[in-house]
Design a protein around this ligand. Structure first.
Ligand code: TPP
Ligand code: SF4
Ligand code: MG
Length: 443
């Protein structure tokens, strides 16, 4: 457990920093630590979200919560985290490369005035990949991708977010002795705050351009890019504004959660891995969802993963379901225990999984799809036995799942009926289909 009033926010076990000698990234991280120390925020309330690049290595050096994702997307993760829990303070550590790749995310975060703090590690190039130019590379600068000098105008990150509604915007360099205080000030802002921190990539940009501490300030002056606090504006912070706006909608159905309280019982003692191989438009996902809800109503854990092509109404639709008496921490299925092969599109997709099945596993297969090469025990599903329902393909999955429950007793069929009745508009037909499925499957 981390102490509530720490004397450092740096993770001693992860130190030292891995950056090249003289790299500005180390200096920023030290200042961030000082800023957090000054504010004495509970480390549990801070989330350090690192982007990609050398600066993306930074999150593990802090004893706070952390998140690391795709290049340029750190502001989106921070936005989601803040929206989910406004009590958290997300701090984004992003390079100038990340600001280019995810530029619109930055601008949209500013527009929303979401309560996150963005620290831009601006070394004017892509450090990690060998010193290519970025959106902030000054005109004329030599980089791996601009050997004759950069021809584009460098982007003014601060003005871009300021004009789009940020609450607090500042620009400075890593050599600013007041940087810790400035970071602390930004973190205390309720809305969107950003500090563009100029620094040296000592392996690429600085040697190639004879750039030093002085050059950073000279470049700012040449570009007429203001230094210090550039913009301050009071606007409602988005995550709280959102909650206030929706508070009046308390009667809207979307505002109600529908907890699944177990009222049935499952006797399974180990996990079951089930794959439904179907086709687009056949309600495979909905049936799988009802099956998972039924499992939860029976007191066990359930996970559903769904796969379909980009096209709608054509191609495969495959649901992977895991049921377990214990929490499910990984949702992938390598070898299923049960496969329901209902449509040719799904069957061709899951053939490798069927090939891995053994005699201990069971393949339920639509009679029309036989023969299927497998070592698993085969149960034929004959939809023609269900009368008029044989033509209603969008009910095949729930019907086959009902037969599976009659045969295996993973959990009671009544649980599936209860789950299939959760949405009133589908209750009658779902229950009739389940009823009609009796006796369809035979070994
Ligand atoms: C979408 C995407 N494009 C390209 C890359 C390859 N890539 C990895 S690090 C990097 C450069 C990072 O530069 P910057 O964000 O400025 O961070 P620095 O290394 O300078 O700290 C790039 C282009 C990637 N990871 N993801
Ligand atoms: S390559 Fe550049 S940005 Fe990366 S650690 Fe070295 S000096 Fe820093
Ligand atoms: Mg960079």
């Amino acid at each position: 457990m981390i102490a509530k009033s720490p004397n450092t926010y740096l993770n001693q076990a992860a130190l030292p920093y891995p950056f090249c000698p003289g790299c500005g990234h180390s200096i920023i991280l030290d200042h961030l630590n000082q800023a957090l120390l000054k504010l004495q925020i509970d480390p549990h309330k801070v989330v350090v979200i690192s982007d990609i690049g050398c600066c993306g290595l930074s999150d593990k050096f802090f004893t706070t919560n952390a998140f690391h994702g795709l290049h340029g997307r750190s502001t989106t993760y921070a936005t989601g985290i803040k929206l989910a829990n406004p009590e958290l303070k997300p701090i984004v550590l992003i390079g100038d490369g990340g600001c280019g790749i995810g530029g619109h995310h930055l601008i949209n975060a500013a527009r929303r005035n979401i309560g996150i703090t963005v620290l831009v590690f601006n070394n004017m190039n892509y450090g990690m990949t060998g010193g290519e130019h970025s959106i902030t590379t000054p005109s004329g600068a030599i980089t791996a991708t601009t050997p004759y000098g950069q021809l584009e105008r460098p982007m003014d990150i601060c003005s871009s977010v300021a004009i789009n509604g940020a609450s607090f915007v500042a620009r400075t360099t890593v050599y600013d002795v007041g940087l810790s205080d400035l970071i602390a000030q930004a973190i205390q802002i309720d809305g969107f705050s950003l500090i563009d921190i100029w620094e040296l990539c000592t392996s690429y940009f600085a040697p190639k351009n004879r750039f030093n501490k002085k050059s950073l300030l000279e470049t700012m002056a040449t570009l007429k890019f203001q230094k210090g606090i550039i913009h301050q504006e009071e606007r409602p912070e988005y995550s709280l504004a959102y909650r206030q706006a929706t508070a009046t909608q308390i009667d809207h159905p979307l505002m109600h959660s529908h907890p699944l309280i177990p009222k049935f019982k499952s006797d399974i003692v180990s996990r079951r891995q089930l794959v439904i191989a179907g086709a687009a438009g056949a309600k495979i996902g909905s049936a799988a969802n009802a099956f998972c809800q039924a499992a939860i109503l029976s007191g066990i854990w359930a996970s559903q993963r769904h796969d379909y092509p980009i096209t709608v109404q054509s191609g495969h639709s495959v649901s992977e379901i895991i049921l377990s008496p214990d929490e499910i921490l990984y949702t992938g299925i390598d070898k299923p225990n049960i496969v329901l092969a209902l449509f040719p599109e799904g069957l061709s997709k899951v053939r490798p999984q069927i090939e891995r099945m053994t005699e201990a596993d069971t393949l339920y297969v639509h009679a029309d799809l036989m023969p299927v090469k497998t070592n698993a025990r085969v149960v034929i599903v004959n939809f023609t036995k269900s009368g008029v329902w044989a033509k209603r393909k969008q009910y095949w999955a729930i019907m086959a799942l009902a037969e599976l429950l009659r045969n295996t007793k993973i959990f009671p069929l009544e649980a599936l009926c209860a789950a299939a009745s959760l949405r009133k508009e589908f209750t009658e037909k779902n229950l009739a289909a389940i009823d009609a499925s009796q006796g369809m499957a035979s070994a």
